[in-house]
Write a protein that binds this ligand. Structure first.
Ligand SMILES: *Cc1c(COP(=O)(O)O)cnc(C)c1O
Length: 403
């Protein structure tokens, strides 16, 4: 007789875990994962209610605390990441917020890469500084600067690699060791790589966060996030999420579960398409620079090759245009595109394009932008899974009109 509980045997490949892990079939014998779209749960008696509230009895109370669909997503992504535990959140920013709220107190110091997601910087500067947390920013790739900026009260090192939009590569093993030496924790936003391409915990990182909104969903449908790490840290993160409420919605968890089932396939296909597009752009007469770590002359190429198993799906490039016309030309280029969607999201099966200097990075001052290498002629593409010749044809039509 077949065991219908759906639990895979050991050992388990990433593809298997993405498709199977974390789910226990209900008494209905459904094949696809059930969606428990409920805000609360019924108790069989007053005594049972009391026991569930006190924690004496396991079981669901309310979906801000636990929800079976959200739990399945957490268990599946934890299996993929090789993490002890996962806590799902309402967005990628909520994952970073929950991590910081759980692990920081007034008087602590955070050392943060200056090339993290823009809202992370706003969140730290506007809210955590107000609550007495010190924050210092360092260039992602400058190991000596990371070392020299460490303080006695440094609690967290925050970074993401590859960086958005230039694909700079931070040294995970170095930063993990640095954090360890100082009794701090390394937190890695792994949204660009996913566990398919990069496994920060295996390189010594303490905590991984995701905007599930990006590649974990993969089709641009839902906002969500997740924090992964050891049981003790995740108990703290879960405590914050339960009390404060940035909980993942069950429907979103169900969508992300479906996303995880094709994650491996999609990531490999994104990498392949991005590599080919980067090489094509690199040879293109309309392009001055291409920023993709899969190109051998990218400064992070060797490091990326060591710590990633693929270079990811985001390619950025500078138009070859005099700087006084760069913005106008970049806008004209983007306005000509018909297939590639002009939208700020990334990690979608649909290719997307954005002009970082006037959108995602518009809050920076001109000097900060110049320091970060984000020029007015820079264009970021999240390479989707349409037929590559169609993507190139769309770009070529735009090159033809701006020249
Ligand atoms: C999008 C993104 C976030 C924020 O995710 P939301 O779901 O939009 O809150 C955080 N980090 C990275 C690297 C991202 O790309």
């Amino acid at each position: 007789m077949q065991d219908k509980t759906n639990q895979p045997r050991e050992p388990q490949g990433l593809e298997t875990l993405g498709i199977r892990a974390g789910y226990e079939r209900t008494a209905e014998d459904e094949h696809s994962e059930a969606l428990f779209n409920t805000s609360s749960y019924v108790f069989s008696s007053a005594a049972e209610a009391a026991a569930r509230f006190s924690g004496d009895s396991e079981g669901n109370v309310y979906s801000r605390y636990t929800n079976p669909t959200v739990r399945t997503f957490e268990q599946r992504i934890a299996a993929l990441e090789g993490a002890e535990s996962a806590v799902a959140t309402s967005s990628g920013m909520a994952a970073i917020l929950a991590t910081c709220m759980a692990l920081l107190r007034s008087g602590d110091h955070v050392l943060c890469s200056n090339a993290v997601f823009g809202s992370t910087i706003v969140m730290l500067n506007k809210y955590f500084v107000k609550m007495g947390v010190e924050v210092t920013y360092v260039p992602l790739t400058d190991n000596e600067k990371w070392r020299s900026e460490m303080r006695g009260n440094t609690r967290l090192l925050l970074m993401e690699t590859p960086s958005n939009p230039l694909n700079d590569i931070g040294d995970l093993a170095f930063l993990a060791e640095l954090a360890k030496q100082h009794g701090a924790k390394l937190v890695v936003d792994n949204s660009f790589c996913t566990p398919v391409l990069q496994r920060p915990l295996e390189l010594g990182a303490d905590i991984v966060t995701y905007a599930a909104t990006k590649y974990l969903d993969g089709q641009g449908r839902c906002l969500g996030g997740v924090v992964l790490g050891n049981k003790e840290d995740m108990a703290e993160v879960l405590g914050f999420v339960r009390a404060a409420g940035p909980t993942m919605a069950p429907f979103n968890a169900w969508v992300f579960l479906k996303g995880l089932e094709t994650l491996q396939l999609r990531m490999n296909a994104h990498c392949q398409a991005a590599q080919q597009l980067a090489e094509w752009l690199n040879e293109h007469e309309g392009v001055a620079n291409v920023y993709y770590a899969g190109l051998p002359d990218h400064p992070g190429h060797d490091l990326a090759q060591r710590q990633q198993s693929g270079f990811g799906g985001v390619v950025s490039f500078d138009l070859d245009t005099p700087s006084e016309h760069a913005r106008e030309q970049a806008w004209a280029f983007i306005d000509q595109l018909k297939l590639i969607s002009h939208t700020a999201n990334l990690g979608d099966v649909k290719s997307t394009v954005v002009h970082p200097a006037t959108t995602t990075h518009s809050r920076l001052t001109d000097d900060e932008r110049a320091g970060a290498g984000i020029g007015q002629g820079l264009i970021r593409i999240s390479v989707g899974l349409e037929t590559l010749t169609d993507i190139k044809a769309d770009l070529q039509a735009a090159f033809d009109t701006v020249r």
